[in-house]
Write a new protein. Structure first.
Length: 565
């Protein structure tokens, strides 16, 4: 990826400083990280922070990063999620090469190591129910109580554990627990569950297993098997690190990985809890995991967000142990900044109002058509120009006309002259209305001497508006997205669903686009001049629609400039 080095010099944070120290001291010969998603949902923007960090530091220091699926809970995991995660990581710009792994690859070895713990008298089979386990576990202020089955002998534990694997018991009937310390101040060390019985079909192993390791048991050992040197996790796993280390220290693992924690990403006006996202999908508050309203990577992709903008956004975030919340406006700024440099400009009218230029030559249906030059991107001279058709009848934005203009309104009004983008000066000469008094069309005249948008006599106008030639206009449906939640902290008062923004989506079914957009590729955002950035998509029926990626107003940059002032 561009801008990255093989030396690790440049960006500094506590994780990169730790890696530099480990390499310098010879504790590790090369850096190996991993991105370990559980395939029980789609990835979201919060995962992008972990993806960019894990793959980024590996690349910076000349190491490698593994993609490993922690597929230890078959009741929630699906092949659909596995495929989507791989697709999203690649889209974000990263590649794991030959290093694609699954915790299920190690089920047999993990089972053997569990028997090792039993033989070492460091694990036992427990018959307590899930509710009893919670009761015996204690609280944050009170120690737990030993299970009445804690002192089972090795032979009995081995026999029961092997029968658990053979399917002799029902779900929840027994668990395998580590024998550590029920009085520990860290609740994760109070004889944690290592294996549970689940008679469920696994996406990869099918019905071969009915006994599955917990995440805490499988995670560190998978790291060790793969030779991971730096296991980077978010802060919620900090209290799990003593268990991670205990298991690595008490098993015959081939390596000694270390876990380091950093703060997870929290963004205003959205939720980054997989459980809550799943609820939004299952309860049909959104149209699926890839709904452009969602902060999932697939949703952002459908919305037209470039992966480079997400990498830029993540690169601006501090890698630390301090928790906090990031303004959605910063992500919007990064998206807008990227698209401003790279996106082509096109004209589109979302709420059309007919404009008839009475003195323009009328040579047939729709009037004469001429081709005018328009710049593709003023920020990129190499983007060149295009030809746009112009005729007697045009579509303009309804909001660009006001019959009785208010103070500060400088666009089209009766008797007022404005510039048509890339075209001519026009002056409004009349207004047509229907029986209900609604404006249906405008009449105007144009000045042929102003072709290209400037007057030879030097006269100025106060407004430039965009337009689309009616005879060549492409009809379109446009979806305008806003934040999914109306408040910055959804659920702060209880039910997060109550904070869903009812105006998060507006569908406009009668829009008009310039012809150059007829064959524009899906997934590539363009700027609709004066309106924002939009991306071509398809609806549930396979019909073309355009999603608004983001508007043009940059509130984050404005606030930053105000602060500097």
């Amino acid at each position: 990826m561009s801008g990255e080095t093989a030396t690790g010099e440049g960006v500094r944070d506590f994780i990169r400083d730790t890696i530099r120290a480990d390499l310098g001291a010879g504790r590790v010969a090369s850096v190996v990280t991993r991105f370990p998603p559980e395939p029980n949902g789609y990835l979201h923007i919060g995962h992008a922070k972990s993806i960019c960090l894990n793959f980024g530091v590996a690349q910076e220091f000349g190491g490698r990063c593994h993609l490993r699926f922690d597929d230890t809970n078959p009741t929630k995991e699906e092949q659909e999620y596995i495929d989507a995660i791989q697709r999203d990581v690649r889209w974000l710009g990263f590649d794991w090469g030959p290093h694609l792994y699954y915790a299920s690859d190690y089920f047999e070895r993990l089972y053997e190591w569990a028997e090792h713990l039993i033989k070492s008298e460091k694990a036992f089979v427990c018959d307590l129910t899930a509710e009893e386990l919670r009761t015996y576990r204690g609280t944050l202020t009170e120690p737990g109580r030993p299970s009445p089955f804690r002192d089972r002998q090795v032979a009995e534990n081995l026999d029961l554990f092997r029968r658990m694997r053979a399917g002799a018991f029902a779900d929840g009937a027994r668990t395998l627990r580590a024998r550590i310390d029920m009085a520990s101040g860290n609740i994760n060390l109070r004889d944690p569950v290592l294996y549970r019985i689940l008679h469920a079909r696994h996406p990869r192993t099918g019905d071969a297993w009915c006994l599955y390791p917990t995440y805490d048991y499988a995670h560190g050992q998978s790291d060790a098997i793969e030779g991971v040197t730096h296991s980077l996790c978010t802060l919620e796993f900090e209290d799990h690190r003593p268990l991670y280390d205990w298991l690595v220290d008490n098993l015959p693992v081939p390596a000694r990985p270390r876990q380091y924690e950093f703060s997870r990403l929290n963004i205003t006006h959205t939720v980054l809890s997989k459980r809550r996202l799943l609820q939004l999908v299952q309860d049909r508050h959104v149209a699926g995991w890839d709904d452009p309203c969602l902060p999932t990577l697939s949703g952002l992709r459908r919305r037209g967000v470039p992966p480079a903008a997400i990498r830029d956004f993540v690169g601006r975030l501090a890698i630390s142990k301090s928790t906090g919340e990031v303004e959605m406006a910063l992500l919007d700024h990064c998206v807008r900044e990227n698209l401003n440099r790279h996106a082509l400009r096109r004209m589109a009218v979302l709420r059309p109002l007919k404009l008839v230029i009475e003195n323009y030559p009328d040579r047939g249906p729709g009037g004469a058509i001429e081709e005018l030059d328009a710049v593709n991107n003023p920020e990129d001279p190499g983007a060149g120009t295009r030809r746009v058709p112009f005729g007697r009848e045009l579509w303009i934005e309804r909001e660009d006309f006001m019959e009785s203009p208010s103070k500060g309104f400088f666009r089209l009004a009766p008797g007022r002259e404005v510039r048509l983008r890339w075209a001519y000066f026009v002056t409004c000469t009349g207004v047509e209305k229907n029986a209900a008094g609604e404006i249906t069309a405008l009449r105007a005249t144009y000045d042929p001497a102003t072709k290209g948008g400037d007057a030879p006599d030097g006269r100025k106008v106060k407004a430039t508006i965009h337009w689309v030639a009616a005879a060549r206009a492409v009809p379109a449906t446009v979806r305008l997205y806003d934040t999914l939640f109306s408040r910055p902290d959804p659920g702060a008062d209880g039910d997060f669903l109550a904070d869903i923004n009812p105006a998060s989506l507006e569908v406009l079914a009668d829009c008009r686009l310039e012809p150059a957009l007829a064959d524009h590729p899906a997934g590539v955002a363009v700027q609709f001049e004066r309106l924002g950035y939009f991306c071509r998509d398809t609806d549930a029926g396979g019909r073309a629609v355009w999603n608004r990626t983001i508007g043009l107003r940059d509130t984050w940059a404005r606030e930053q400039a105000k602060g500097r002032g």
